[in-house]
Design a protein around this ligand. Sequence first.
Ligand SMILES: CC(C)(COP(=O)(O)OP(=O)(O)OC[C@H]1O[C@@H](n2cnc3c(N)ncnc32)[C@H](O)[C@@H]1OP(=O)(O)O)[C@@H](O)C(=O)NCCC(=O)NCCS
Length: 161
Amino acid sequence: MLEQDIPREQVIRLGPEKIYECLELDQLALNGLWSKQQWHQELFDSRRLCMGVLRSSKLLALACGWLVVDELHVTAIAVHPQHRRQGHARLVLSKLLDEARRAGAAHATLEVASTNSAARELYKSCGFKTAGCRHHYYSDGQDALIQWRSLKDQSEQRKTI
Ligand SMILES: CC(C)(COP(=O)(O)OP(=O)(O)OC[C@H]1O[C@@H](n2cnc3c(N)ncnc32)[C@H](O)[C@@H]1OP(=O)(O)O)[C@@H](O)C(=O)NCCC(=O)NCCS
């Protein structure tokens, strides 16, 4: 196989035409977080951002968030179980943060289960810090750790110190 024939990943903004790929990945990685109707809303509403990593036409990873005033609320991040630990989550999350920054967001926030060590490590490696805890937030009684980060770039952050 020639090098130019090797399928490469591309990161795109996901729209309603990718609803079945999102539903499938949601089932595989998030145990069915959202219904078809909810996914339609996620992919259609212009204040909701969904980014995806595609290889050929296969959806390997997705990251979604809602723009609320100047904040991005990250609502879902998922990577296909057979394609983990290859940097897809970090890539798709960084593209989501870039899109949000371009749309005027100054901060990003999300909640993660205290026992989800893979996700906690991911967010830490992407510059998020724990800003609080919602005790027994999830239906199984687990705590949610509130994660937060600024979306100002490093040079802008230095200027404000
Ligand atoms: C959490 C999840 C999105 C990570 O996806 P991924 O593509 O494997 O993550 P990446 O390869 O981009 O890893 C980025 C960093 O996250 C951390 N990380 C990811 N998976 C990890 C694991 N299993 N254990 C420890 N750290 C992990 C590491 O710091 C990693 O950097 P490194 O590989 O250089 O050490 C994936 O495991 C997943 O889809 N889980 C189920 C859904 C979920 O929990 N979503 C988050 C809900 S809040």
